[in-house]
Design a binder for this molecule. Structure first.
Ligand code: ATR
Length: 280
C-alpha cells in the first residue's frame, strides 16, 4: 500500500504554517466523506526541510501541501516534478507515487481556471490583463496559456519582473503607469498583486476603460469582497472572488491522497469563511 499501512496522512508544511487554511479545507472533506484520514499542519524551518521529507517516507504520508517559504526550495529535494510545476517553478502539492517517490505538482494553475469556470465563461478570444508579476502571477500565466487565452497583457510596478515572466509565458508587457490603458478590449482582469489585501495599500486603478462584459477577479480573499471587486460589480462586470482559487487548488491533492474527488460547495465556502472572520 502506498505510504505504508494504517490511517492515510497528509498535511501542510510551512514556516510559519498557522495561517494556512488548508487544514480547515481538507478536514472538512475528510469529515464530509467519512474518510478516516489525517491532515496536519507541520511547522518546518528551511534547515529541516530535507529531514522532514525523509521522515514522511514510510510513515503513512500520502503527500502534503507546501506553503511559504518552501515552494521553490523543495523542488530539488523531491523525486519528480510534474510539467505544470516545472513551468511555474514552484510546488504547492506533493503526492506519493506508486513507487514510493514524492512527486511535486502545482495545483494553483488548474485551481485558478476551475474557480473561474465554476462561475463564468473564459473569453479566450479577448485579451486577459494580469496585474502583478510575483509567484501567484506565474501560476496564473501558466493557467491562462493552458486555457487557450490568445493574448495576455501583464503589468507590474517593477517592469523587469513582468519581462522575466513574459520570457516564459508569451505576454505583452506594459508600464505600471499604463495599467488603465491596457484594460481596453479586455475580457478578463486579474489582480495578482497584494494590493487591496487587508493591511496593504489599495489598488489604485480606474475601471473606466474596461468593457463591462469583462470578468474581474482578485487573488486576494482577505477581504473577500475587495474594493476592486466591489467597484467592478457596481458597474456591471461579472466578478469572481479569490477564495475559489484556494478551494479549487485543494481538490487535486485531496483526491490523490485520500481517493475520492471532493466538491467545492457553498458549505465548504462558509466553513472556510468563518475561519477568516467573514460571513458566507
Ligand atoms: P506573490 O508571490 O504572492 O505573488 P510577491 O512576489 O511579493 O508575492 O508579489 C506581490 C505583487 O504585488 C508583485 O507584483 C508586487 O509588485 P513588485 O514586483 O513591483 O514589487 C505587487 N505589489 C506589492 N505592493 C505594491 C505596490 N505598493 N504597488 C504596486 N504593486 C505592488
Amino acid at each position: 500500500m502506498i505510504g505504508g499501512s494504517g490511517i492515510p496522512r497528509a498535511g501542510v508544511i510551512g514556516w510559519p504554517v498557522g495561517h494556512s487554511l488548508s487544514p480547515r479545507i481538507h478536514r472538512f472533506w475528510l469529515a464530509e466523506l467519512g474518510i478516516e484520514g489525517r491532515y496536519e499542519a507541520v511547522v518546518v524551518s528551511p534547515d529541516w526541510l530535507g529531514d522532514t521529507i525523509e521522515s514522511f517516507r514510510g510513515a503513512g504520508w500520502r503527500g502534503f501541501n507546501v506553503t511559504v517559504p518552501h515552494k521553490e526550495t523543495i523542488m530539488p529535494l523531491l523525486d519528480a516534478i510534474d510539467p505544470v510545476a516545472h513551468a511555474i517553478g514552484a510546488v504547492n502539492t506533493v503526492v506519493m507515487r506508486e513507487d514510493g517517490g514524492f512527486e511535486g505538482r502545482n495545483t494553483d494553475a488548474p485551481g485558478f481556471i476551475a474557480s473561474l469556470r465554476a462561475t463564468c465563461v473564459i473569453q479566450t478570444d479577448r485579451p486577459a490583463v494580469v496585474l502583478g508579476a510575483g509567484g501567484a502571477s506565474r501560476a496564473i500565466l501558466a493557467s491562462l496559456k493552458d486555457a487557450g487565452v490568445r493574448e495576455i497583457r501583464i503589468v507590474n510596478r517593477d517592469r523587469s519582473r513582468a519581462e522575466a515572466l513574459a520570457a516564459s509565458f508569451p505576454a505583452i508587457v506594459a508600464d505600471w503607469a499604463d495599467r488603465e490603458r491596457i484594460l481596453e478590449g479586455a475580457g478578463l482582469l486579474i489582480n495578482a498583486t497584494s494590493l487591496g489585501m487587508a493591511g496593504q495599500p489599495a489598488l489604485d486603478i480606474s475601471l473606466d476603460r474596461l468593457p463591462v462584459t469583462a470578468v474581474v477577479t482578485d487573488i486576494v480573499y482577505r477581504p473577500l469582497k475587495t474594493d476592486l471587486l466591489t467597484r467592478a460589480q457596481v458597474r456591471g462586470n461579472p466578478v469572481v472572488d479569490g477564495l475559489g482559487m484556494l478551494l479549487y487548488q485543494a481538490v487535486e491533492g485531496f483526491a490523490a491522497w485520500f481517493g475520492p474527488t471532493p466538491k467545492v460547495t457553498p458549505a465548504l465556502r462558509g466553513h472556510v469563511l468563518a475561519a477568516i472572520g467573514q460571513g458566507a
